[in-house]
Every structure is written in structure tokens, then in C-alpha cells.
Write a protein that binds this ligand. Structure first.
Ligand code: ADP
Ligand code: SR1
Ligand code: MG
Length: 422
């Protein structure tokens, strides 16, 4: 067992059992008989260790521990384990705002950077894996629009006073290292030579170089990076890709908000929509003779449309419902004329739509030519076929990043996706 700073030690399956036995908040969740605990490490994310703990009496918990480096790279890339503090804080805050879609936190141990939370039992699986398998989730758009509308609205200045907001922003400024990681791997590295970048070579060598040489693209990305760093619009999840959502056909749970901070709302909406678009482009790599994915691709497009449209509807109705509250951005006294109120909301949503498209596109690009790729493409074993899917996704993302102001509705985006020639 490694011993490190401030009482931290990296646990393993054996030492975790001792920790649980010595921690009443955890042992009480697992029942009387702690002799037969099964512990399995299942972390398939990029950063941390995740253990499923099940007792013989049927109790279960998940334990997640942050270690002081990035797991998928190794100890050569140190990373603060304080990320667990921000993850626990956000799971609790987003869980308070949207309990139906966030797992409950049972226990947090700051020196050990350890979170105990509800085990999302099978048939819950990671959404990205469900999308690769071609499974439809009829409630996904309804649930994710609810989660995003509530977490983003209630942590913004549309609902909060500026004093409350500034206090929260100050707290989350502490998550600077995770923000800096995103600044690097999403907004900078893909646009320059970086030791960590990789792509499906040799097929995409020219594509990667084109990204590094595209001045218009770089101008657009500069604008998004500055918004990411400067705009404390709401408490965002910060890494809301399809690997941060666990699903069944009737349950949707958002996990893993360790990148949370007060940032632009469009970064969350864009992450989800951008990753659904990556799933769309990857389908041609997963279809085989017996199963073409035409119908499934239509379902993904419909889910993208419903997610945005339902988000829009729910967000505006929360705003109308709370228009006479403490929110200081648009005081009811100033904007009381109905036509002005409508104009203000219309502009807010239009800007948010374009921000979401821009961030979504930037997140697609980083998953193709940056450090961390996605299983949607990585699981396509034939490299030429994978490169074909990635190339098409990259071209679409570049076009959206540069031309997003031309689009007014999500249907125009899905129709552009629909009409890309093979
Ligand atoms: P990382 O921070 O390293 O990305 P994640 O939070 O994404 O880690 O978790 C990694 C994996 O652990 C997930 O893909 C999922 O399979 C599993 N997992 C995480 N949290 C839970 C949970 N509450 N219930 C069940 N499985 C979970
Ligand atoms: C080294 S970059 C690792 C990535 O994994 C996380 O899920 C974030 O998306 C981060 O950018
Ligand atoms: Mg993760």
C-alpha cells in the first residue's frame, strides 16, 4: 500500500475492505456481516479508481478514489487528487437540484480523496457503451434535458443573487488544475504539435495537419477558450460526455463531475450533443451485414433534437416561474414589458445554442486528433474503416465550429448530418 502526503494512501481491493470495516458510515450500509465482502475495481474512465463493493446480505456501494496523477497516462502526468472534493461537492449540489438523475453520495473522505456513492446496479451501463451496442433509450432526451435545465438554471444568475453566485464561483476557482487540463487538451493541444496527440495514422495524418494549419478554426477556438476561462455562467458538470452518463431504458444517472466549476452552460450541452454526434458518425463502423444501423442513426438524430428542444422548453419555463425571485441578471422591474421579456429570453437561448454548437464541435475535434479518444471509434478494429468515420466527423465538426452562426434550429443541424453524402 503506497503511503503519501497528508494522510493519503492509495487503496487497493484488500485495504479498501479494512477501510470499510473501520468506517461506520460505510459498514452500516453494507449490513451486519462484513466477513464476506466482494470488491471489484471497475474503473474504465481516464482518471480514477472505482470499486464496486457488495456484501453477502445484499448491501452495495461504489467507492471512487482519486490518485495524484492521470490514470490513463500514468505518474508522468501529475494531477491534484483534490478533484475528488469538487466531484463530491458537485454530486451533492447537482443531486439536490436534480435528485432523480444524480447518484446519492453516502460519504466523503477528503484526506483519502475517496467518495462513497450509490451503486448504479445492472442493467445500468455507460451510455457510450449502449450507443455502441445500438440500444435505444426512449427517456434519454427527457431525462438529460431535465438534468441540464435544472442544474444550469438554478446555479445561474437567472435564479441567484450576485452575492451568492460570487461566493460559489470563488469556491470552485479551487478546481483550477482540472480546468487547466481542459484548457490544454480541448482548446490548445489539437491545434499544435503536442506529445500527447494521436490519431488513426497514416489515414488521418493530413487531417491532423489541416487542423493545425487552419487559421479560421484557430480564431474560433480562441473565442471558445476565452469563454471557457472567463464566463462563470453556471455550475457546469465540466465533462458531460456519454461516458459520464449511466442508463437503463427507464433510468438516467449523471456521474463523474470532477471537472465541475462555474463556466459556460454551452460547455455541458455541447459535450452531450457533440458526443451524440460522434456516436452518430461511428455507427457506420459498427454496422455489419446482418444489422445495418440506419434506423438507429435516425434515433440518435431524434434524440439530439429532443434533448435541445426539451432543454429549451424546460429552461424557459423555470425562468418564467422564477422571474420574480432573487435572480439578478434580468430584474423583472426592468424587463416587465412582455415583448422585451420575450426578446431577452430569445437572445439568451440563441447565444446558448451557438455556444453549445461551438463547444460541441471543439469536443468532437479533440476526441479525434487529441490525447483522449472515445470508445465509439476506438472499438472499430479496422483502421481504414475507423478513419473513414473519424474523417467525416472531423469535417462536420470543423464546419460547425466555423459556421455555427448560420444555424438557428437543432433541426437544421440534424438535417445537415442527414444530408452528408457517403
Ligand atoms: P473517471 O473519473 O476515471 O472517468 P468514472 O466516474 O467515469 O471514472 O467511473 C469509471 C467507471 O466506473 C464508469 O465507467 C462506470 O462503469 C463505473 N462507475 C462509476 N460510478 C459508478 C456508480 N455509481 N455505479 C456503478 N458504476 C459506476
Ligand atoms: C488526459 S485527458 C483525459 C480526459 O478524460 C476526462 O474524461 C476528460 O474528458 C479529460 O479531458
Ligand atoms: Mg469519467
Amino acid at each position: 500500500m503506497a503511503v503519501a502526503d497528508g494522510g493519503f494512501r492509495a487503496l487497493d481491493e484488500k485495504s479498501l475492505i479494512e477501510y470499510i470495516r473501520a468506517t461506520p458510515a460505510l459498514s452500516s450500509l453494507l449490513g451486519d456481516d462484513l466477513r464476506a465482502l466482494t470488491v471489484k475495481e471497475v474503473g474504465d474512465g481516464n482518471l480514477n479508481f472505482v470499486y464496486i463493493v457488495i456484501s453477502s446480505s445484499g448491501g452495495s456501494i461504489v467507492i471512487k478514489q482519486a490518485i495524484p496523477y492521470i490514470r490513463c497516462i500514468g505518474e508522468s502526468w501529475p494531477m491534484t487528487k483534490e478533484r475528488a472534493y469538487f466531484e463530491a461537492l458537485t454530486l451533492r449540489e447537482h443531486g439536490r437540484l436534480c435528485p432523480a438523475h444524480v447518484p446519492e453520495v453516502y460519504h466523503f473522505d477528503r484526506p483519502l480523496s475517496l467518495i462513497a456513492m450509490r451503486y448504479l446496479k445492472p442493467p445500468h451501463i455507460i451510455l457510450r457503451k449502449g450507443l455502441i451496442a445500438g440500444i435505444e433509450y426512449p427517456l434519454l432526451a427527457e431525462h438529460m434535458s431535465e438534468y441540464m435545465a435544472r442544474t444550469l438554471f438554478f446555479t445561474s444568475l437567472l435564479y441567484r443573487s450576485t452575492s451568492e453566485h460570487k461566493r460559489e464561483v470563488a469556491e470552485y476557482c479551487g478546481n483550477v488544475e482540472l480546468c487547466r487540463l481542459t484548457e490544454q487538451v480541448v482548446f490548445s493541444d489539437p491545434y499544435k504539435i503536442s506529445q500527447y496527440n494521436h490519431w488513426t495514422s497514416p489515414y488521418l495524418d493530413q487531417d491532423a495537419e489541416t487542423v493545425r494549419e487552419d487559421d479560421i478554426l484557430k480564431l474560433e477556438v480562441a473565442g471558445l477558450k476565452s469563454m471557457f476561462c472567463e464566463r462563470a455562467q453556471a455550475l457546469i458538470h465540466g465533462d458531460l460526455h456519454t461516458g459520464s452518463v449511466m442508463v437503463t431504458t427507464d433510468s438516467t444517472q449523471v456521474i463523474d463531475p470532477e471537472f465541475a466549476f462555474y463556466g459556460p452552460m454551452g460547455f455541458d450541452i455541447g459535450a452531450l450533443v457533440g458526443n451524440l454526434i460522434l456516436a452518430f458518425f461511428s455507427q457506420d463502423g459498427h454496422s455489419d451485414n446482418g444489422k445495418d444501423r440506419k434506423v438507429y442513426k435516425q434515433w440518435i438524430l431524434k434524440t439530439i433534437e429532443d434533448t435541445w428542444n426539451l432543454f429549451h422548453k424546460k429552461f424557459i419555463s423555470l425562468w418564467n416561474e422564477h422571474k420574480d425571485g432573487n435572480g439578478e441578471a434580468y430584474l423583472a422591474d426592468v424587463y416587465k414589458k412582455p415583448e422585451l421579456w420575450f426578446l431577452v429570453q430569445e437572445k439568451y437561448i440563441k447565444d446558448l445554442f451557438h455556444d453549445s454548437l461551438g463547444f460541441g464541435a471543439a469536443k468532437m475535434i479533440r476526441r479525434i486528433v487529441g490525447v483522449a479518444h472515445v470508445e465509439d471509434f476506438e472499438s472499430i478494429t479496422d483502421a481504414e474503416r475507423r478513419a473513414y468515420c473519424e474523417h467525416r466527423a472531423l469535417e462536420f465538426a470543423k464546419m460547425i465550429l466555423k459556421e455555427r452562426q448560420r444555424y438557428d434550429t437543432i433541426e437544421q443541424i440534424t438535417s445537415a448530418l442527414q444530408n452528408i453524402p457517403s
